[in-house]
Structures are given as structure tokens and as C-alpha cells.
Design a protein around this ligand. Structure first.
Ligand SMILES: Nc1ncnc2c1ncn2[C@@H]1O[C@H](COP(=O)(O)OP(=O)(O)OP(=O)(O)O)[C@@H](O)[C@H]1O
Length: 902
């Protein structure tokens, strides 16, 4: 029996490692046991089955998380969890029913202990246009991504051009694509997803792309549209709240591409979460132009989330600026830093709040103490929706809501104190905090209502919820639980999730519950009346997607006589034994039941959404408090943001390098930069190790911080919105994809030249260094030429090819704008040499060109043997000879001179 169950499951889930619960163990049998024992490094045993011995291995239940982590996160394998459920057959006997309740994949983790709570664990679905369609058009792709462990759900239009950037920014653990793509290795979408060795899964969508727009793949409650809701006077399905301070009040409109991606995602989730599929919020629709686009290389090169060398967060922007104290706030901070806003209104709202909190250190400190006590409410709500919430989660949720109330109280107390002190000047400042706090619900009795209203169901509850039976006609050919609204209502509404919101939670819920109860009673009475009147005991009132509300006769031959004689019953179908009729009265009553059921589910979800919404407001408070704290710690200033293309930063600093230097007691030298339309490309020259790359990177990081809503490390800053940020810095080779260092460099450069707009910011470090000096110089010149004449974007271009300055018409003593290229200016760093031979770097930029790279000094510092340095010095002197003949003679003599050891 067990052997057969396991064989069946192995063939049903061939792509998974199967773990079967047997008593207090998870076990694996047959060929897979060999593989699992190797992966987990556990003992391989065998047992006698069916006359032969079969391999097996297993481990105690309590080790499940440890081993799941190895299989899923280290080996990127999928695991099908087959659980056992006791079945009481007869007194004293106990049997088990076993079934796969969930397939765990890297992108569908729920509450596993190895999940990093400070980071999102996203599953991303990408829909691509059908073959033969317009596969190259702008924004032809749809993206949908969700963190199942927190319920954070988003969608967005995308294009092939920006797909890589979107993937890098979202950082999914797993990507889902349409099954049609599985064999198309050269498809551009496949190229983009395999770039980062992502885990890629393929699924057949439940709806075709063209149908999906009219027939969205969500549960009925989610699909309730404004018009539908107003017809039935039920609450409109609440949209996912925005993360921004001024949330849009209009509902989201999803493009067909997004709808297809959402369909792919939900189909995949259902196929894997199985019995743990939660009800989903509507995805928050990201505006394509609303976020700064940071290209995929730049996210890595600027070390925003993680440090490139070690892969960890140490030394990253995130680690230097992180002052958040909640896990969900930290996740939000990472999202803001990886996709800064391009809306001046949004940025200003965030910055005003930071300024407000920055100017009130005591208030800030109090709020931080309170926030530190709050739990990750969004994650707890999601746990309940996933059927995993337990009494301790309920306690945590209740106490967190109490803390939210305390925060609200502390805010109003601060306001009272200020009005007592008659600080009327401060009134406008309150606007930003008011805007945020107004998005929180009244919490006065929320905590009490939660403990009253949220409960794990007992089995009697489940029975109560299931009946009275409003079942689906099993003979219907188009029977499908996902498209049958009534089934889905029970399934998504309450049944599966081990959680029920009691009607006491809100007046709306109470009223809807009463209505529904009343309608059910009417339905039962109508059924009984019809059975009696038409002498038809097999008559039931039913609903199905194919036949709508209909009257069903189970034993038609026996019961149809009187009904056929009544013109109120219109026959719509019949089989050998059954018959179905349309009956106006039932059609009307059934519709009302349906509408009320949908409204009830919507209202229940609204109750959870209330909690989520508040949690999100607190996340924003956490991040803005963190920015305020950061501003105080690192002496940051509020930047002024404007809608033009300037970039003016006075004495800017690199936040991470500054911190690093501080730890060794050194001081960072600040630098000023002024990019304007008349001087929008700056060529930076100077010695090795004198701070060129640092200057380039700090320029990009300041733009990111400013547009995320933070203050910036500078004395003053005025920034025009950056729509796209590009970098070409510090390339490595990419042997896996068969690309040399120079090829990587050229790919990145080509992408910038193709995509940068006049509102973009580009930093380029040593373009052309990976080839010969002549080729490199030519390419560097062509790149500058293109950036100045075609892209016209703000650019910092660091180079050791100082010949470029001559080519661009720079002469000593000239000022900005006097060269052949009017929009190009020249700045450099230098080495200060002392008479005693010692030297130091001057990190401070000054106008002009530095033709000396002082590379030998760096070699000396790096510990190159003195004899080698001397040889290099001789060669350098020879190479600096200024006539062609002398130069060639020197080259010829160098070999002769240094070949003496031979
Ligand atoms: N403004 C600064 N103030 C103080 N120290 C700095 C500054 N900028 C850079 N440094 C220090 O100098 C080191 C080298 O800087 P960076 O890599 O930016 O130089 P570089 O000019 O780009 O060098 P190379 O041309 O060799 O790539 C940094 O790691 C940092 O320790």
C-alpha cells in the first residue's frame, strides 16, 4: 500500500524529491533514496518490499527545516511533501491517508525557519507575447511577482530591453515562464532569465493571453469590479495599498500582458502550494515610468544590496545606511534603494517626513523604542491566510496592534505638546506625518476585535462553513474549481486556510453574514417546497458555470412528471438519469446568494487587508525614521529635487567608503560636482588610487539615496530627476557565458549608448582599458562622442587615456566649455610629492587634466620588488621619449639592456 502510494507520487511529481511522512519520520524510497541520502549526507538503508530489497533513507521530523534548506536553497531542488492523515476506519483500528500537500520550491517558501526575514523571497512570472505576435514592441512583456511568505504582490509591464534590469532589481529566487518557451533556448526572454543562473520553472497558463483580459484568473472576490460591486451594493474589493505616502485612490488597471503574468504566477502557485494556497491581494501595479531604472550591472557594481567581492551585505550601501529596526521595514528599505522613485511629489513627501523626524530627536527615539517591540504583522497575517497561524501568532498580532495604538498616541501627544508650546511654525511640517498616519485605520478597538474575530477553526466550524451544500453539478463538462465562483468562494474564502474571520470583526461582515444566512434559509425552504409540490425527492437547487443557477433532478425518470407539465421549468439538459431546468425564482435567489457570498469573502479579505495596510504604514515610518537617524549619524543634508537635468552636489561623500575610512581613523575628502546642460559630460583623469572610481560611484549613490527619499552625504545638493542610472565600472570576465573581460565591457558600453536618455545619469570608468591602447582610445573617444551628441545625458567619464583630452580639444588653462566639444569639462585628481620622496594622494578634484597616472607608485605600495620597480622606471623613461625615432631606438635598446641576466 505505502509502496504503491510512493510510486504513484513519484510519477505524479517527477521533477521533485519526494518526502513521505511515516510516523515521526520523513522517508524516501527507491532510486530517489540514493540521491537524497547523498545530498543530505545521511545513511542509506534498505527494506524488504514485494519480495525484494529497496533502498530507503529518512530522518526525524524535527530535522525537516535543516534538510529542506539543503535541498531547496543549496541544491535548488523541488521537494514534494507527502503528509499522512489518520483515518479511523473501525474502533481500535487506525489507518492513514497520505497525500502531497505542497511542493516546496525556492520561490514558494512560506514560513520555513531558514527564510531570511530581512529579505524578500520573490517568485517572478514573466509573460511573453505569443509567437508570431509583436514580440519586439515596447513593453510587450508582463511581470508579476510575489513574496508568498509576506503576501507582497506586484505587477508591471516590461520590455525585452529592461527585462534584465527588472530581474536584477527584483532579485527573484525563482522565475516562472510559459511552458511554450521551454524548448526555445535562444528566445530573448530565455537569455535574460538564464543570465543569472536563476531557477526557472515552466507552467501552462490557465487562461490564454488573449482571453485573459476579459477573464481574469483571480478568485471572484478579487475580480469584483467597481460596477459589479455597486450593482449589488457590496463593498468594492480593496486594492493593495501603495507603499508611497500618497497612495493612488483609483483602482489599478492591468494590461493584458500583466494579466497573463498574474495568471502564470497564480497557476504556478496553485500547482505547488496545493492545500496551502492563500487568498491573494490584488497585485500593486508598478508604474513603468515611476521608478528610476537601474541597470542590472549597476545594481551589482554599486553594491547596493550586496558586496560584489564577498557576496554578503557587509560593505554594501544597504549595510551602511540601514537603520531600520523591523524586518519588514528592512525589506522595504531594500526595495526603495533598488528602485528609487522618479516622482517629485513622492520624493518630497518622503523627504519632508525625514526632515520632520530629523528635527525631533526625542520624538524619534520614542517612536523607535515602540517600533522595536512590533512584530512583522504583514508576515503574520499571511501566515494565517496560508493556514499556518497559531495562537502565538494571534498574541503577537494583538500586541503589535496595541503597539500601533501606542505609536498613534505618541504622535498625537507630540502634536499637543507642540501646540502647547505654540510652535505654530511647525504646523506645515506636520503635513507629511499626518499624510502617513491618516492611512492607518482607527486602532482603538482593533486589537480587541482581532482576538474576538480571528480564530483557528474547529472541525465543527468547518462543517458549519461547508454546509448547507451548494454544490456543483458533477456531470458538468466544464466543471473547474478555479472558475466555479461558488466553489472558489468556499475554497478561497474560508475553507482551506484554517482561519476564519468572525462576523463580529465589523458591522459589514455581521450584516453580510446575516443576509447570507437568511438567503440560505430561503433556498432550503424553496428546495423543500419544490420537492413537495412536484413530488420530486431528488430535486436540488444547484449552480454550475455551464448551466448557471438550475434545478437538478437526480432521478429524472421518477420525478420529472409534474415538472414537465409546468411551463415555469425550462429544460436545459438531460443525461440517462438526470435532468436540469432553468427556473426563474431560483435564478434570482441564487444570484443574490452568489453576490452576497462574493461580498462576504471580499469583506473578510478587507479585514485582513486592514491589518496589512497598517503594517505597511508602519514599515514606511520605520524607513523614514531610519533615514532621519542616518541623517543625524552621518551628517546628511536634504537635497532639493527638481524636474530638470542638473546635478549639483557640493562636497559630496561616498557613504560606504567614508564609513570604511572612519574605522581606520582616516578622513574622507569630499568633492563637488556640477553637471549642467552646458557641461554635462566630465572627463576625470588622475593617478591610480586617487579616488576617481570612488567619486563616480558616490555621484550615482547620491542620486539613488535622494530619489529613495533619504538625505544625502554632502554639504548641499540640487538634483534633477534621474530616469535611468547606468554604470560601466569594474568589469570581470564572464567565462560561463563565454565572454571575455573586454567583451563584458563592450556589452555594457553598447547597452548604455543604446538606452541612456537626456534624463539619465551615466558613470563610466576606464572604458577601453581591456584592449590595446590605440583601440581603447578610439573606442573611448567614440563613446564620449556618442554620449555628448546622441544621448546627451549627464556623464562622468574616468580614464587613464589622457590623449582623449587633446582629442576633445582641451588645452591647459582653458575653462569648461572652451574645448571643441562644448559640453565637455575636465577634472582631475593628483599626487602630492614631497622633497624627501614621500607622496600622498590628493583626492580633491580640480579643473584640468592629469597626464600622470603614477602607476609605479601604486605598484610600490602594493609591494612589488624594488628591482622590478627600477626596471619599470627605466622603461617608463624610455617610453616617454618624445620623437618617433628616439622612441623606437629606446624600445629596441630596452630589450638589450635588460637581457643581461639571460
Ligand atoms: N575622496 C576620498 N577621500 C579619502 N580617501 C579616498 C577618497 N577617494 C578614494 N579614497 C581612497 O582611495 C582608494 C582608491 O580609490 P579609487 O579606487 O576610487 O581610486 P581610482 O583613482 O579609481 O584608482 P584606479 O585608477 O587605480 O582605479 C579607496 O579605496 C579609498 O580608500
Amino acid at each position: 500500500m505505502l509502496a504503491q502510494e510512493i510510486r504513484d507520487n513519484l510519477s505524479k511529481f517527477p521533477h521533485c524529491l519526494l518526502l513521505t511522512r511515516v510516523g515521526n519520520f520523513y522517508e524516501s524510497y527507491f532510486e530517489q533514496a540514493i540521491e537524497i541520502s547523498q545530498i543530505l549526507n545521511i545513511k542509506l538503508a534498505s527494506r524488504r518490499w514485494g519480495g525484494g530489497r529497496v533502498p530507503m533513507c529518512g530522518f526525524p521530523l524535527q530535522h525537516i527545516d535543516k534538510y529542506l534548506k539543503i535541498m531547496i536553497q543549496q541544491h535548488k531542488r523541488f521537494v514534494a511533501m507527502c503528509e499522512e492523515f489518520p483515518k479511523y476506519t473501525s474502533p481500535g483500528e487506525r489507518e492513514f491517508e497520505r497525500r502531497v500537500v505542497r511542493v516546496i520550491t525556492p520561490g514558494t517558501l512560506i514560513d520555513e525557519s531558514f527564510l531570511n526575514q530581512y529579505e524578500n523571497n520573490y517568485l517572478l512570472a514573466i509573460s511573453v507575447p505569443s509567437l508570431g505576435g509583436d514580440s519586439t514592441g515596447d513593453f510587450a512583456l508582463g511581470l508579476a511577482w510575489i513574496d508568498v511568505s509576506t503576501g507582497e504582490f506586484y505587477s508591471k509591464r516590461s520590455s525585452y530591453e529592461s527585462l534584465r534590469d527588472d530581474i536584477a532589481r527584483i532579485g527573484p529566487q525563482e522565475i516562472v515562464l510559459n511552458k511554450n518557451l521551454e524548448t526555445q533556448n535562444s528566445h530573448p526572454a530565455m537569455n535574460a532569465v538564464t543570465e543569472e543562473s536563476n531557477v526557472v520553472s515552466f507552467v501552462l497558463p490557465s487562461h490564454s493571453a488573449d482571453k485573459s483580459n476579459q477573464n481574469p484568473p483571480w478568485t471572484p472576490s478579487e475580480a469584483v469590479s467597481t460596477s459589479e460591486a455597486s450593482n449589488t451594493s457590496v463593498p468594492v474589493a480593496t486594492k493593495v495599498t501603495d507603499e508611497i505616502i500618497s497612495a493612488p485612490s483609483t483602482p489599478f488597471v492591468y494590461t493584458p500582458e500583466e494579466t497573463s503574468a498574474i495568471d502564470l504566477l497564480t497557476t504556478y502557485l496553485r500547482a505547488n502550494l496545493l492545500e496551502h494556497m492563500p487568498p491573494l491581494s490584488l497585485p500593486y501595479c508598478e508604474d513603468v515610468g515611476g521608478r528610476m531604472q537601474i541597470d542590472s550591472h549597476t545594481i551589482r557594481a554599486l553594491e547596493i544590496r550586496e558586496n560584489m567581492r564577498e557576496g554578503g551585505v557587509r560593505g554594501s550601501l544597504m549595510s551602511s545606511v540601514k537603520r531600520t529596526i523591523t524586518t519588514s521595514g528592512t525589506r522595504l528599505l531594500a526595495r526603495w534603494l533598488c528602485s528609487p522613485s522618479t516622482s517629485i511629489q513622492e520624493i518630497n513627501a518622503r523627504q519632508s517626513l525625514v526632515a520632520f523626524l530629523h528635527s525631533r530627536p526625542h520624538f524619534r527615539a520614542d517612536l523607535l523604542v515602540l517600533l522595536a517591540k512590533a512584530e512583522d504583522a504583514g508576515r503574520i497575517v499571511q501566515k494565517f491566510l496560508l493556514g499556518k497561524g497559531d495562537p502565538s501568532d494571534l498574541l503577537a498580532l494583538t500586541s503589535t496592534v496595541n503597539i500601533w495604538s501606542e505609536i498613534q498616541w505618541r504622535v498625537s501627544h507630540e502634536r499637543e505638546m507642540e501646540s502647547l508650546e505654540q510652535r505654530s511654525l511647525a504646523a506645515p511640517e506636520w503635513a507629511s506625518l499626518d499624510m502617513l498616519m491618516n492611512r492607518m485605520n482607527n486602532l482603538q478597538d482593533l486589537a480587541q476585535r482581532i482576538s474576538l474575530a480571528v480564530e483557528a477553526p474547529t472541525s465543527s466550524h468547518l462543517d458549519e462553513l461547508q454546509g448547507p451544500s451548494f454544490e456543483v453539478n458533477e456531470e458538468d463538462s466544464d466543471l473547474n474549481a478555479d472558475t466555479n465562483p461558488l466553489r472558489a468562494e468556499w475554497r478561497y474564502g474560508r475553507m482551506k486556510f484554517g482561519i476564519k474571520i468572525r462576523p463580529e470583526f465589523s458591522a459589514t461582515l455581521l450584516e453580510l453574514n446575516n443576509n447570507l444566512k437568511h438567503l440560505w434559509e430561503q433556498k432550503v425552504k424553496m428546495e423543500e417546497r419544490l420537492q413537495f409540490k412536484y413530488d420530486a425527492p431528488s430535486l436540488t437547487l444547484r449552480s454550475s458555470p455551464g448551466q448557471g443557477m438550475h434545478v437538478h433532478l437526480g432521478k429524472a425518470k421518477r420525478d420529472q412528471r409534474k415538472m414537465n407539465a409546468d411551463s415555469d421549468f425550462v429544460s436545459i439538459s438531460e443525461t440517462g438519469t438526470t435532468r436540469c431546468y432553468f427556473f426563474q425564482d431560483w435564478a434570482q435567489l441564487g444570484q443574490r446568494i452568489f453576490a452576497t457570498s462574493v461580498a462576504l469573502v471580499t469583506a473578510e479579505k478587507e479585514a485582513f487587508e486592514t491589518l496589512r495596510r497598517n503594517a505597511r504604514v508602519l514599515d514606511e515610518l520605520d524607513v523614514t525614521l531610519a533615514f532621519a537617524q542616518l541623517a543625524a549619524d552621518m551628517n546628511l543634508v536634504k537635497p532639493s529635487i527638481q524636474e530638470d537635468v542638473t546635478y549639483n552636489v557640493v562636497n559630496g561623500r561616498h557613504p560606504t567608503v567614508e564609513l570604511g575610512l572612519l574605522t581606520s581613523g582616516r578622513v574622507f575628502t569630499p568633492n563637488t560636482v556640477a553637471l549642467t546642460p552646458s557641461s554635462h559630460l566630465h572627463v576625470i583623469t588622475g593617478p591610480n588610487m586617487a579616488g576617481k572610481s570612488t567619486f563616480l560611484r558616490q555621484t550615482a549613490l547620491i542620486a539613488i539615496l535622494a530619489q529613495s527619499g533619504s538625505f544625502v552625504p554632502a554639504d548641499a545638493a540640487t538634483l534633477g530627476i534621474v530616469d535611468k542610472l547606468f554604470s560601466r565600472v569594474g568589469a570581470k570576465d564572464d567565462l560561463f557565458h563565454d565572454r571575455s573581460t573586454f567583451m563584458v565591457e563592450m556589452l555594457e558600453t553598447a547597452e548604455i549608448l543604446r538606452r541612456a536618455t537626456p534624463r539619465s545619469l551615466v558613470i563610466m570608468d576606464e572604458v577601453g582599458r581591456g584592449t590595446t591602447v590605440k583601440d581603447g582610445t578610439a573606442l573611448a573617444f567614440a563613446t564620449i562622442h556618442h554620449l555628448v551628441s546622441v544621448n546627451r545625458c549627464r556623464t562622468l567619464f574616468a580614464t587613464h587615456f589622457h590623449e582623449l583630452s587633446e582629442m576633445l580639444g582641451h588645452t591647459d588653462g582653458m575653462t569648461s566649455g572652451q574645448g571643441v566639444f562644448k559640453n565637455v569639462a575636465f577634472y582631475c585628481t593628483a599626487v602630492d610629492e614631497q622633497e624627501n620622496g614621500s607622496f600622498s594622494y590628493s583626492y580633491r578634484l580640480r579643473p584640468g587634466v592629469n597626464r600622470d597616472s603614477h602607476g609605479l607608485k601604486v605598484a610600490q605600495l602594493a609591494g612589488m620588488p624594488q628591482s622590478a620597480i627600477e626596471v619599470a622606471q627605466n622603461v617608463l623613461t624610455a617610453l616617454k621619449s618624445n620623437t618617433t625615432e628616439a622612441y623606437n631606438n629606446e624600445l629596441a635598446s630596452i630589450g638589450q639592456r635588460f637581457a643581461t641576466w639571460n
